[in-house]
Design a binder for this molecule. Structure first.
Ligand SMILES: *Cc1c(COP(=O)(O)O)cnc(C)c1O
Length: 454
């Protein structure tokens, strides 16, 4: 047995007191979001009807590098943070690679993923402002679960629109939210204009994240004292997720190493940005040579095959226009099992960073991701969320390259969540029922063409 240290944990007083706002350090700032009606640059006030004021300010803050974590939020973080940084000796052995592989284990949060880091912050700011109700959408159920619990912690009522297909196929996700006291509605529903319109046009529509977002925003705008919350994509969400990378930076120092590459799976970019940005700070300020790799699903390849341009964040066009890599807001991704990665666009910060070549992106097919997830489970004893499997697959690709070249590189990836509520997906993979999706260029182009009028 080796006596090498495997797990690195920070003492409570080392849990970050500030989130890191990379916008302040970026040489090329993200282009401004635009008001969809006037096409004018968005001001924080434009967002006040939808989000808590403090979150609107954070969203557009390009000047303050460090933003203080409220003490009440930090107290809640202490229930599960710091999350462990783990040296994946088992995976290294299974791959017979000279690479040193580390992962940051965000699956140890009470709800099993990184999403709680932002849910607690968002619920807190709503409560501070005198809000009584919060609303949101959820696809795979992870964000809905996080928000439902965070709302309960801060004494708010939560109403969640869950994409119909996952509402029906994943009933336990709904039960989790209901257990935390939330009201859950299948989307599209008849409770909103946006939902009614879509049902009228297509009665069998199984829903999408975009539709659910439209419904939740509509509810927030038409209900007094109710705010909308979002679990990914927006800059304030990624800001809150920087606790992951800030901890990882200290923990890597405890391990006596510094990553040559940092990897995260990519839905809207919050866990990727969360683990990468604190390291990227040293690349921007000190020229540190580190690679940042976003792993997205091949069936929803906005970073690798999408286009950088202004687009809506939702299907109905309620959100501001965001400058981002997108497949078009009408793109409907295949029903892959990594539900949390099925989103047509990317956050404005990561989009600018990709445009400026500060990061890279790879697309991973469904079968490769599950194969990676199973290998990781057998080597490390943790069943990863299907989303996280994409990051693992990207890490394995890099570790295999190290094996070929004999290089002892240091790889850090984020384990964004566990897969214990995704066993139906693993079942299908193990039974050989899953397939890869080949997305044609024409299909991507068709949706992008529709954006020309924006
Ligand atoms: C939601 C989710 C993701 C994707 O969201 P990002 O904002 O891209 O991080 C990834 N992993 C898990 C486990 C999730 O729940």
């Amino acid at each position: 047995m080796s006596l090498k240290q495997k797990r690195f944990i920070l003492p409570e007083n080392e849990i970050p007191h500030y989130w890191y706002n990379i916008q302040a350090d970026m040489k090329n700032k993200p282009m401004p979001p635009l008001n969809p009606k006037t096409k004018e640059e968005l001001k924080p006030e434009d967002l006040y009807p939808i989000f808590a004021k403090e979150l609107c300010k954070q969203e557009l803050n390009q000047t303050d590098t460090w933003i203080e974590i409220p003490e009440a939020v930090r107290e809640m973080y202490k229930y599960y943070r710091s999350t462990p940084l783990v040296r994946a000796y088992g995976l290294e052995k299974a791959l017979d690679t000279p690479a040193h592989i580390y992962f940051k284990n965000e699956s140890v949060s009470p709800i099993g993923s990184h999403k709680l880091n932002s849910a607690l912050a968002q619920a807190y700011y709503c409560k501070e402002e005198g809000i009584t109700n919060v609303t949101t959408e959820t696809g795979a159920g992870q964000w809905g679960a996080a928000l439902s619990y965070a709302a309960k912690v801060f004494g708010l009522e939560a109403a969640v629109y869950q994409v119909k297909i996952s509402y029906n196929q994943k009933p336990y996700r709904r039960s989790i939210m209901q257990t935390f006291g939330a009201t859950v509605t299948a989307s599209p529903s008849m409770s909103t204009r946006a939902g009614k319109d879509i049902i009228t046009r297509n009665p069998n529509y199984q829903g999408s994240l975009g539709t659910a977002i439209s419904e939740a925003i509509e509810l927030a705008m038409t209900t007094p004292n109710c705010k909308y919350t979002l679990g990914s994509v927006l800059s304030h969400v990624t800001l809150h997720q920087t606790v992951i990378g800030l901890e990882a930076e200290k923990q890597m120092a405890m391990a006596g190493e510094y990553p040559d590459m940092v990897i995260g799976c990519f839905g809207g970019g919050s866990n990727f940005g969360g683990i990468c940005f604190p390291f990227m700070r040293h690349t921007i300020l000190d020229g540190k040579q580190t690679r940042y790799i976003a792993a997205e699903p091949a069936s929803c390849p906005k970073l690798t095959r999408g286009k950088f341009q202004y687009d809506f964040g939702d299907e109905a066009g309620y959100t501001p226009l965001l400058p981002m890599f997108t497949l078009g807001h009408n793109f409907s991704p295949a029903n892959i099992h990594a539900g949390g990665l099925r989103y047509h666009g990317a956050g404005v910060i990561v989009s600018q960073l990709l445009k400026d070549n500060l990061m890279e992106a790879v697309d991973i097919q469904q079968l490769e991701s599950f194969q990676a997830g199973c290998l990781f489970a057998q080597a490390e004893g943790i069943i990863p969320a299907p989303e996280s499997c994409h990051a693992i697959a990207a890490a394995i690709r890099e570790a295999n390259k190290c094996k070929e070249s004999g290089e002892e590189k240091v790889i850090l990836f984020n384990l964004s969540g566990h897969g214990l509520i995704d066993m139906a997906s693993y079942d299908q993979y193990l039974a050989g029922n899953l397939m890869n999706y080949e997305l044609k260029d024409e299909d991507i182009q068709k949706n992008l063409d529709e954006l020309k009028n924006i």
